[in-house]
Design a protein around this ligand. Structure first.
Ligand code: ADP
Ligand code: MG
Length: 389
């Protein structure tokens, strides 16, 4: 009996729960009829259990029959309604699964779009940085061109004033001597000292223009094939003449019979300038006497680079070494000595073109210059020209 009561109460509770659900979700819940029928079915089931306990007296038969009929009716109704509904239930479940999948895909697509936008933004940032870089590069190039132009003008200015200065000095010498020479017939003098000095000054002026022309010439050098021994032998007298009596020329040739290709005139001028520089350095050192050594030779340059200006690669080179016992150069002077117009000599004495011309001659012949110098210890220039035969 107790079991019947518990079962009945449980049935009623289940039916009540279903009814609450139907009432609460009346707008959204599909197939409400089925739920209601199911609820009724459960209530009727509960009723059959309760009936045994209730004091129904004579009516028991009627009530029991009514309950069974109602149960049968509800069951029948459910059985009729439910099957046609099944496809709709199935569709509903499928739809729910599908929409869940769609939501997931949408979320994934949203995430992708978001990261895409981020990438696009980053690309735009990069583009902007690139543009800024390009702009600053352009600006730099423009400034560099401008700077080069300014430097060119500066060099031209220095060249013009240097040449004007040198020529002015020579013109002063020529004019002074001319005036003195004009007076000579009146004084009854017959020597030609003044005329000779005029001649010397004009020769120097001509030499100056020759050097300038050689320096300015950008045409290929007029090279010919020769040995350094020959080149020096034909220049010997000139080299001796530029040195004063207290400075000895120690010329050691005969060690370089290999052939080189070089512009002989320019090379001789470059060596002459080295001798004049050696003379000036020896005199500036305050020495009463000294030696300038000029020696030819051969040098094999191996893989390790010899520090020359311009640099030379491995190979066999014919060399001329010009060494003096003069002042030597400071590191700063040595650094700049090949620069055009660099000179430490007083106005009118130096043009600063000698070593830059030497550099040019060597560069055109595939050679290089090695400088060994220290303040107070003299200077040695070694010229290397590639041996061609
Ligand atoms: N043998 C040397 N000893 C010391 N200094 C030198 C020597 N040769 C060149 N120099 C330095 O290099 C500078 C440039 O030389 P160079 O180009 O011949 O021009 P310049 O002789 O007209 O000054 C010189 O002014 C001098 O300072
Ligand atoms: Mg010089």
């Amino acid at each position: 009996m107790i079991a019947d009561i518990v079962t009945a109460v449980s049935y009623f509770a289940i039916a009540a729960a279903i009814m609450v659900l139907v009432v609460r979700l009346r707008d959204q819940l599909p197939f409400q009829v089925v739920f209601v029928l199911f609820g009724a079915f459960i209530v009727l089931c509960g009723a059959t259990h309760v009936m045994g306990v209730l004091p129904l007296g004579d009516n028991r038969g009627v009530v029991e029959t009514a309950t069974m009929v109602a149960t049968a009716a509800v069951s029948l109704l459910t059985a009729v309604i439910l099957p046609p509904l099944l496809p709709r239930v199935e569709a509903l479940v499928r739809d729910a699964a599908l929409s869940r999948q769609r939501e997931r895909e949408q979320a994934r697509a949203d995430a992708l779009a978001e990261s895409n936008e981020l990438l696009v933004a980053q690309a735009q940032d990069l583009q902007r940085v690139n543009e800024a870089l390009a702009a600053s590069l352009k600006e730099r190039e423009r400034l560099e061109v401008h700077l080069q132009q300014v430097q060119k003008m500066e060099v031209l200015g220095r060249l013009a004033s240097g040449v004007a200065h040198d020529f002015n000095n020579l013109l002063t010498v020529i004019q002074g001597n001319l005036e003195l020479a004009r007076d000579e017939p009146r004084e009854g003098r017959t020597d030609t000292t003044h005329l000779d000095e005029i001649g010397q000054a004009t020769e120097q002026a001509a030499e100056l223009t020759r050097r300038l022309l050689a320096f300015g010439r950008r045409a290929p050098a007029q090279t010919s094939r020769t040995t350094l021994d020959q080149l020096l032998a034909s220049e010997r007298r000139l080299l001796e003449r530029v040195l004063p009596a207290n400075i000895r020329l120690d010329l050691r040739t005969g060690n370089a019979d290999g052939l080189v290709d070089v512009d002989v005139n320019l090379m001789q001028q470059a060596i002459l300038n080295l001798i004049i520089n050696a003379r000036d350095a020896t005199t500036s050192a305050g020495r009463t006497n000294g030696t300038v050594t000029v020696e030819t030779g051969v040098r094999v340059v191996h893989e390790e680079m010899l520090p020359t200006f311009p640099p030379v690669g491995p190979g066999t080179y014919m060399t001329v070494r010009v060494a003096d016992e003069g002042t030597g150069m400071s590191a700063e002077t040595r650094e700049k000595c090949f620069d055009p117009f660099f000179t430490t000599k007083e106005d009118g004495k130096g043009t600063g073109l000698g070593l830059s011309m030497l550099y040019d001659v060597m560069a055109k012949s595939g050679g290089g210059v090695h400088v060994d110098t220290a303040v107070g210890r003299g200077t040695t220039f070694t010229l290397l020209l590639p041996k061609v035969a």
